[in-house]
Write a protein that binds this ligand. Sequence first.
Ligand SMILES: NC(=O)c1ccc[n+]([C@@H]2O[C@H](COP(=O)([O-])OP(=O)(O)OC[C@H]3O[C@@H](n4cnc5c(N)ncnc54)[C@H](OP(=O)(O)O)[C@@H]3O)[C@@H](O)[C@H]2O)c1
Length: 339
Amino acid sequence: MIRVGIIGATGYAGEELMKILMRHPYVRITYLAAKIDKEQPIDEIFPYLKNRLNLKCEILDTKKAVSKADLFFLALPHTVSISVVPLLLSHKKKVIDLSADYRFKNTSVYEKWYKVAHKDKANLKKAVYGLPELYREKIKKTDFVANPGCYPTAAILGITPSLVSGIVNKDSIIVDAKSGVTGAGRKASLDFFYSEINEGVKAYKIGSHQHMPEINQELSSLADKKVDVMFCPHLIPMNRGILETIYMKLDKKINYAKALDIYKKFYKTEPFVRIVEGETYSTKSVLETNFCDIGLKLNEDKGLLIVISAIDNLLKGASGQAVQNMNIMCGFPEESGLL
Ligand SMILES: NC(=O)c1ccc[n+]([C@@H]2O[C@H](COP(=O)([O-])OP(=O)(O)OC[C@H]3O[C@@H](n4cnc5c(N)ncnc54)[C@H](OP(=O)(O)O)[C@@H]3O)[C@@H](O)[C@H]2O)c1
């Protein structure tokens, strides 16, 4: 049994971490913290936790935190994680950071897209990008995981089999993405008021979203050449879920059966990727689960492969994937707490 701490416990990702970790067979939650003004029982913040999680959410003090858990999840905004990670790692703690602070290999990319200086280049070198389907062996050996972004998880899982098998043109990739509102976090802001979101669909940051360079970094590394996708996000009036429709020009003449075979073989042993056939591609199919569902459509006349990738942004896109990473890092069965 290991002791785990959740920093950022009052946010959406932190809340999901608590829900998963409370039922996890190999861990015990021993520390909760956030920015809050005063220490508060967690069941006052989330009343459904009454008689289920008897812990106080503390005001974050990293020096105090180190003695209270063996592994920490950081569900913090970017730039805040950087102020916490160095001390935790120096005390030999395992850390899974859900922010973008340690996802970029090149700090100039982070600095350009997140518009802040990167202040912890030393630990950046240690961070493993936590996408288990691609980096499981590295995750097994590390104490420090940079958990991927939600949109990048769906995009990278949807694109990789086509890209590495060489069936699509790497310069032709367009990702049309839709996300529910929890993707923006729990903090209040006018853009996310009910009256602003409900009864509408909004395109935003077309070609300028900060998740685009993350997708490009990982795909370029996998393809061993520069990949530069066009990423077009949309906000949908639903609480949670991401659905991405990915358009790729075929470089090789293949049929649907062959494309399906490539995806099925690529994810054959993966516990959380399902290749779906038919016409049902929906966020509802992955809601409250750690699955990524991938469907394919092939238009031979147009020479076009269309991949549909669906996840729950708070689970496979954030906290579920973070727990999957913990399971791998700690040698627990990978599905623990997640099925
Ligand atoms: N939401 C998603 O779908 C999703 C998906 C993938 C990755 N992520 C990433 O996961 C991280 C958390 O996202 P979220 O959606 O859970 O955000 P959120 O709902 O806004 O929660 C942020 C949490 O961080 C705490 N916090 C903020 N500033 C702090 C500080 N200076 N010191 C201590 N605690 C502080 C907040 O505490 P208070 O409540 O006290 O302010 C809150 O608990 C972000 O980096 C986000 O990009 C989110």
